[in-house]
Design a protein around this ligand. Structure first.
Ligand code: FES
Ligand code: FE2
Length: 368
């Protein structure tokens, strides 16, 4: 997956304007994975007293919880003969290898080696910082001394009872760069998602794109238009004209957030004049070509309403399934087609390219 940018066309002028001397440096599925970043490891409830094996950034990890309830993440590979520790046994806070019985504490240090009768001082397994935050546990796979919990991205609305949230997850056979580009690209909405988010009026509305502190932000406003079904039906405002403002944001290699605000100028008696939706896409590269993906759709009205929850879950599962399917089809073509292609890019692709440029910079900075 590459993008040609050196063709002398007017479409490319926009890239030249972005940064004149750096127009080819966009992350793709071959770019080294960015490690110095907090990524979601699992939903917090998935981490319990049964060791859970999961791969992040190409590294096999085992997750479990201590008797005191603290999450633990350690390499899922015994330092003795590479037995996967998740297939061992959890005894107290120690993970006991299923091959020769080495015992590792939550800090990764070997506490006991039965064949020797004591713990060899040099034996340990690597552990990774992991922190519960709302519905997700966040892991740091990068340089240990750079792990700073203050950098875990803010997703506080996911645990705010005033917001009603529905959620789902996918394991996707595609690269996380394509996933980011898909999420910040709204020009595909009317074609890939005609039944949910893709209204023609929205596709024509004016879009602004900018970078803010290493993030890419696109904003849109649409006045006096019919609401899209996915937001209008659950709010029961399909008979109204509304003003829509929305934002989509590449936050970090691990996170994309979006919001929609739907304002009704003449609400029915007792009904709100503003409906707010927050959309949270969290994903973690498993490898260069597979990702763990969790999505959340939150609304600031009628939390816990089962009928609205059901509608939101079905509509968004459909829309995101369409993205997942498209990304997997694309990935398969890119990986298996024998004749190389340099994908064309056009002016409306700018937000995705801005995100890919940031990811490329971060990856290159880590590579030194
Ligand atoms: S492989 Fe784990 S103790 Fe030998
Ligand atoms: Fe999409």
């Amino acid at each position: 997956m590459a993008t040609t940018l050196d063709r002398p066309s007017s479409d490319n002028a926009i890239f030249a304007a972005m940064e004149p001397h750096d127009s080819g440096n966009f992350a793709n599925n071959n770019t080294p994975l960015i490690r110095n970043c907090w990524y979601a490891a699992a939903r917090t409830h998935e981490i319990d007293r049964t060791p859970l094996a999961r791969k992040f950034l190409g590294v096999d990890v085992v997750l479990y919880r201590t008797e005191g309830g603290e999450p633990v993440a350690m390499r899922n590979r015994c330092p003795h003969r590479s037995f996967p520790l998740a297939r061992g046994t959890l005894v107290g806070d120690r993970l006991v290898c299923g091959y020769h019985g080495m015992e590792f504490g939550a800090d990764g240090a070997c506490a006991h080696l039965p064949a020797m009768g004591h713990a060899p001082a040099t034996a340990s397994v690597r552990t990774f910082p992991i922190v519960d935050r709302g519905p997700l546990a966040w892991i740091w796979m990068g340089a240990p001394d750079l792990a700073n919990e203050a950098l875990i991205p803010d997703t506080h609305w996911l645990s705010d009872p005033a917001w009603g949230t529905v959620s789902g997850d996918f394991h996707i056979l595609c690269d996380y760069v394509s996933m980011h580009e898909n999420l910040i690209d709204q020009t595909h909405f009317p074609f890939l998602h005609p039944d949910t988010v893709g209204t023609p009026e929205y596709a024509r509305s004016k879009l602004t794109a900018s970078t803010e502190n290493g993030q890419v932000v696109i904003r849109r406003e649409l006045r006096d238009a019919p609401p899209p079904g996915v937001y209008g039906k659950p709010a029961n405002i399909m008979h109204k004209k509304v003003d829509r403002t929305s934002e989509a944001r590449f936050v970090s290699p691990a996170l994309h957030t979006a919001y929609a605000r739907v304002a009704v100028g003449d609400p029915d008696p007792g009904e709100p004049g503003l409906y707010r939706y927050n959309i949270t896409h969290v994903f973690t590269p498993e490898t260069n070509n597979s990702i763990h993906y969790w999505w959340f759709n939150s609304r600031d009205y009628r939390p816990g309403d089962a009928a609205i929850d059901r509608f939101m879950l079905e509509a968004h599962t459909q829309a995101y399934s369409e993205d997942v399917e498209a990304l997997q089809w694309i990935n398969e073509v890119v990986r298996t087609d024998g004749e190389e292609q340099f994908d064309l890019s056009f002016a409306p692709d700018k937000p995705g390219l801005m995100a890919r440029r940031i990811m490329h910079r971060l990856a290159m900075a880590e590579a030194g």
